[in-house]
Write a protein that binds this ligand. Sequence first.
Ligand code: GLV
Length: 328
Amino acid sequence: MAKPRVYITRPLPQPAMRILEGAVEYRLWDREDEPVPRENLLREVVDVDGVICLITEKMDAEVVDRMRRSAVIAQVAVGYDNIDVAAATRRGIFVTNTPGVLTETTADMGWAILMATARRVVEGDKFTRSGRWKTWELMGFTGQDVHGATLGIIGLGRIGAAIARRARGFAMTILYHNRRRADALEAEVGARYVSLDDLLRQSDFVMVSCALTADTRHLIGERELGLMKPTAVLVNIARGPIVDQRALYRALVDRKIWAAGLDVFEVEPVPMDEALLKLDNAVIPPHLGSASTATRIKMATMAAENCLAGVSGRVPPNVVNPEAAERR
Ligand code: GLV
């Protein structure tokens, strides 16, 4: 019997490839440092039974509608806002993601960014290297205290909760805002539910860790930034478009808020003429939330397993649209 055919949009680490080898026939976009061009993607998906993709691929209706044979789109990430899930469901295509395995790693990174921003680690590092360090200055590079401060978490899901657990070690007051109250988690992590406006008004650190949806696009705009304390730090480890980046830039320049730590951006990679790049009070790693070696291998492995299940006629373990089964 012919093996199922799979298209993979970027080289995957060996443990993930071993799951697929022998079980499927695959084609691969073989560049680590460059996403598959749109025209290749549109061509490649036509005759395959499944696709493994990254967040860099826009799996919109135009792409999905070409996937006439496919059973599954296996995303190597927990967020899947790059995939038109409704279009996939209409075609009976399962969409899968990689929840759980990246929770702690991403929470670690949220904290790394929070700390680096609060204590001006990146700015200080650049200063040391520049040769401008002449003396220890009493008030030089002073930042914001993290211990004992108030942390407001927007989105107390898996990652938000893991961030909250770490905050207890810093004796922080923890507030959160969610679409729905998370009663069980609230008690476990010691977080208090407040409205979004109250969270913004009261927090010293605002951590954005909710999913990007139609409801959360530009959830944080000029009005919301205006509610924050002038000493507050905004950290976004979720998705860029949740924050209105233009409004954030103005708030940082005008010192409406003190600083921002951003792992994600409205446009990625960030264009080199983006004004934000010139600001000292912004820490801006290139979307590294889940980027530990072990976690990225686990994510790729999970996506390979999801894909293999889908192309073998099974419901994949991490399906986000189980209702697609009814369209098959
Ligand atoms: C990365 O951003 C992810 O959603 O896993």
